[in-house]
Design a protein around this ligand. Structure first.
Ligand code: AMP
Ligand code: MG
Length: 395
C-alpha cells in the first residue's frame, strides 16, 4: 500500500470517529490543544488610533510649517485630552492619539526650541506613524478557525483580544502498549536476550507533546492470554497504540487477540522503515499497531499516526511542511518502498546518517529531518529530494 493511500485511509477513519466533546480552558492550559470554535474578535485591534513612535502628534491641516507649542504629554496607558488647535502633543509609543491629531513626527526629526515649542523639519504626511483603529482586526472578524492548533503565537493572539479562556476539543485518550518478551524498562537489569524498551518512552513523550492524554499500559508479554487480559483491562480510550507484535511472526499475539475480539487489517506499507502496520478495532476502539523497530515506530508514528490523531480533533492542516533540497549523498539502489532517510542539512545539502537500519534510533537523534526517496528512484549528489524537518513532526 502506497504511503499516500494509507494516510488517506487513516484520515478517513479519523473523520469517522471525531472527538466531539469540548471544554473551556484557561489560556495557560491551552498550549497544544485544538480550538473547538472559531475565535471571533470582540474588539477592534488596535482599539483606538495610537502612536507608533515616540514623538509629537499634530493635525496636519492646521499646520502651516511654523513651530508649535506643546499642549500636553501623552504616555501609554493614559487617556489624552482633545488636541488644542494650533498646538502639538508630546506622545509616546502605544499612547492613544488625541482627538484632532492625525500625524506623528518622530522625536529624532523634531527640533525642540526654547519655550516648549517644536519645529518639524521634514515634510509630513497625514497618517504617518499612526496605527489606525482596527488596522489589525475589526470586531466580529474570525481570527482563528475552529480546528486550529494552539501554540504560543495563537495564544498570544487570543490574549490581544482579551480572551482568558478558550473552548478546545477534549484531549484524545491514547493507551500505549509495548509488546515483546525481550523488553525491560530502563532502571532494571537486562537478562539474557533482553533489550530496553525505547518505544514506550518515545511514544508517551511524543503523544504528550501532541496534547494527548496517555494511558501507559506498559510492557505486554508475548502471550495470548496476557494479551487478551491487557486489552480487556484498558477501559475507555480513544485509541489503542501498540508497537511490535503485529507482523506475521509466531509471537505476534496482539494480532491474534485482536482478530478474536474485533477486526484487524494488516497493511503492508510501501514505506521504509516501517512496512507492517495494522489498523483495527477492539470493542469499537480504534487500534493502530506500529512496527517495533524504533526507527520504524518513529517514521510510522510521525507520518501516519500523528496526522490521524490531529484529524480526530478536527485539525485540517495535518501535512508537515517539507521543502526541496539538493542531496549531498548517492542513493544508487532503487527500492520498491518509499524510504525516509534520517538526514541533516549541511551547507544546504542533505546528508544522511551512515546507518539507516530500522533498529537504529540514534540515526534520528543525529538527524534534523527525513529525506524522502520515492519508489524506483536513485537520487545522487545534487539531485533534488524532499526534506521534512523532524520539528514539523514532533510538535
Ligand atoms: P516485532 O514487531 O515485535 O517483531 O519487533 C521488531 C523489532 O523491534 C524486534 O527487534 C524487537 O525487539 C524490536 N522492538 C519491539 N518493540 C520494541 C520496543 N518497545 N523498544 C525497543 N525495541 C523494540
Ligand atoms: Mg515482538
Amino acid at each position: 500500500m502506497p504511503v499516500e493511500d494509507a494516510l488517506a485511509q487513516l484520515l478517513k477513519l479519523a473523520e469517522s470517529a471525531p472527538i466531539v466533546e469540548t471544554e473551556q480552558v484557561a489560556l495557560a492550559q491551552a498550549e497544544g490543544r485544538v480550538l473547538a470554535e472559531a475565535l471571533i474578535a470582540s474588539l477592534d485591534l488596535p482599539p483606538w488610533p495610537n502612536s507608533a513612535m515616540d514623538g509629537y502628534a499634530l493635525r496636519l491641516a492646521d499646520w502651516q510649517g511654523e513651530a508649535l507649542p506643546v499642549s500636553q504629554r501623552i504616555f501609554a496607558g493614559h487617556a489624552p485630552e482633545p488636541l488644542e488647535p494650533g498646538t502639538c502633543a508630546r506622545i509616546f509609543t502605544g499612547a492613544p492619539l488625541p482627538l484632532g491629531a492625525d500625524c506623528v513626527e518622530m522625536q529624532e526629526n523634531a527640533e525642540v526650541l526654547q519655550g516648549q515649542r517644536v519645529r518639524f523639519n521634514e515634510p509630513l504626511r497625514a497618517g504617518q506613524n499612526v496605527r489606525p483603529q482596527g488596522q489589525e482586526t475589526r470586531v466580529g472578524e474570525s481570527v482563528l478557525a475552529a480546528g486550529t492548533r494552539l501554540g504560543p503565537i495563537e495564544l498570544g493572539l487570543a490574549a490581544t483580544l482579551g480572551c482568558a479562556t478558550l473552548r478546545v476539543v477534549r484531549r484524545v485518550k491514547v493507551a500505549v502498549l509495548s509488546t515483546g518478551d525481550e523488553l525491560v524498562e530502563p532502571g532494571l537489569p537486562l537478562g539474557p536476550g533482553q533489550i530496553y524498551n525505547s518505544n514506550r518512552r518515545l511514544l508517551v513523550s511524543w503523544l504528550q507533546r501532541l496534547g494527548c492524554e496517555v494511558i501507559d499500559a506498559g510492557i505486554l508479554a508475548d502471550d495470548l492470554e496476557k494479551t487478551r487480559d491487557c486489552l480487556a483491562g484498558l477501559g475507555q480510550v480513544d485509541l489503542i497504540l501498540s508497537t511490535g507484535g503485529v507482523s506475521v511472526g509466531e509471537a505476534d499475539y496482539l494480532g491474534l487477540a485482536l482478530r478474536e475480539a474485533g477486526e484487524l487489517a494488516l497493511w503492508k506499507l510501501a514505506i521504509k522503515p516501517g512496512k507492517p502496520l495494522t489498523f483495527g478495532h477492539y470493542k469499537g476502539v480504534p487500534v493502530i499497531g506500529l512496527p517495533g523497530n524504533p526507527a520504524s515506530t518513529l517514521v510510522t508514528f510521525g507520518l501516519l499516526t500523528r496526522p490521524y490523531l490531529l484529524r480526530r480533533q478536527g485539525v485540517q492542516e495535518v501535512t508537515p511542511l517539507q521543502f526541496p533540497v539538493p542531496a549531498g549523498f548517492d542513493w544508487p539502489k532503487a527500492g520498491n518502498r518509499r524510504e525516509y532517510l534520517r538526514a541533516r542539512l549541511e551547507q544546504g545539502c542533505a546528508q544522511i546518517y551512515k546507518n539507516q537500519s530500522s533498529g537504529v534510533l540514534r540515526s534520528a537523534a543525529w538527524a534534523e529531518g527525513l529525506v524522502e526517496v520515492r519508489e524506483g528512484t536513485t537520487p545522487g549528489k545534487g539531485d533534488t529530494v524532499q526534506f521534512i524537518p523532524l520539528s514539523e513532526l514532533l510538535g
